[in-house]
Design a protein around this ligand. Structure first.
Ligand SMILES: Cc1cc2nc3c(=O)[nH]c(=O)nc-3n(C[C@H](O)[C@H](O)[C@H](O)COP(=O)(O)OP(=O)(O)OC[C@H]3O[C@@H](n4cnc5c(N)ncnc54)[C@H](O)[C@@H]3O)c2cc1C
Length: 295
């Protein structure tokens, strides 16, 4: 196995063009497991850690540009305000050691249905910027996941960064596992309220062949909030509305039975997470409305 160490982004793209089978390595927390267990034996490993821009983030007017290699620890510590959903999800990943190395770029590279960043990226509304020597393009997160561990990258492309809308309202993330830490999600759920656009977005993890949004649930809840004047008043959401949101969210799942949980359990757990996260997010939103009207 040859180890390639490009010093710049341009050099990395040239290396990938010359050796499309080269496996990029960022934190190595997925890839080294694959290699150690003999599930993968790439001819070339391409270390991305010398490329400083991949480890940088930048907060813009509307969105955050998150370099593909920024580790979870820094998202938790440095971007909690701008990306609260992703920060919550990052906090649930593995252990401090893995969070110090593992990155959102690596999570997207692996494209596991159970990747914890994915529900938060779906809910927040993200675009993945990928590039090759042929040029660069932005892939909406809804179009990025093609199947279990399959993503929309061409073989000569690398992930450069993710553009994630800055939170304009509350965001939540919830994950079910067999214990509190170091656990692959049995299922997970991300929710983001976008009050400025009067929109709701969701992300479901580990309950379908790919991470998915619950589109019908989002539309139902956004319409209910609009029609009831809830965005303006911050009034409590009726239990029947929260229940229907949860049901529609569960209907978006296409889970399987596996060693981590049954399909029926996953569907049920996702509905519970949808209702709970809505309660938490709406409470936060109402507190904001009340403090603005008191000011
Ligand atoms: C003990 C343990 C616990 C874990 N727990 C969790 C958990 O709770 N939740 C969770 O979601 N994950 C978990 N993981 C998996 C892993 O930590 C995450 O998926 C992490 O985000 C991978 O990031 P990385 O930088 O280490 O990726 P790497 O291992 O370096 O790469 C992963 C894949 O992405 C590709 N890749 C990396 N960077 C790029 C790039 N810029 N462009 C294109 N392709 C790229 C690689 O070639 C590889 O195929 C765990 C792993 C371990 C070992």
């Amino acid at each position: 196995m040859d180890f390639l160490r490009p010093a710049s982004w341009e050099e990395a793209l040239a290396v990938k063009a010359e050796h499309p089978s080269a496996a990029p390595i960022a934190g190595g927390t997925d890839l080294m497991v694959e290699i150690n267990f003999d599930r993968r034996r790439p001819q070339y490993l391409m270390d991305l850690n010398r490329i400083t821009e991949l480890a940088e983030w930048e907060v813009g007017e509307e969105s955050v540009r998150l370099g593909a290699g920024v580790p979870y620890t820094r998202i938790v510590e440095e971007l909690r305000e701008e990306l609260p959903g992703l920060a919550l999800a990052s906090h649930t990943v593995a252990s401090p050691q893995i969070r110090n190395r593992g990155s959102v770029g690596g999570n997207l590279g692996t494209a596991s249905p159970a990747g914890d960043a994915h529900p938060a990226l779906l809910a927040a509304d993200a675009e993945v910027e990928v590039a090759s020597v042929r040029g660069s393009r932005r892939i909406p997160i809804d179009e990025f996941f093609l199947g279990p561990k399959r993503n929309a990258l061409a073989e000569d492309e690398l992930i450069r960064c993710v553009h994630i809308k800055k939170a304009t309202g509350p965001q939540q993330f919830s994950k079910v596992g067999t214990r509190n830490a170091m656990v692959i999600a049995v299922c997970a759920f991300g929710l983001a309220l976008h009050p400025r656009d009067r929109k709701v977005r969701t992300g479901i993890g580990s309950a379908a062949p790919t991470p998915v949004r619950a589109n019908a649930a989002e539309e139902f809840l956004a319409a209910a909030l609009d029609e009831g004047g809830h965005w303006e008043s911050g009034r409590t959401i009726a239990p029947a509305v929260a229940r229907r949101f949860a049901e529609l969210t569960a209907e978006a799942c296409q889970p399987i039975d596996d060693v981590r949980g049954s399909a029926g359990y996953r569907r049920h757990a996702v509905s519970i997470m949808a209702r709970r996260t809505l309660g938490w997010a709406w409470q936060e939103y109402c507190d904001g409305v009340r403090s603005r009207s008191c000011a």
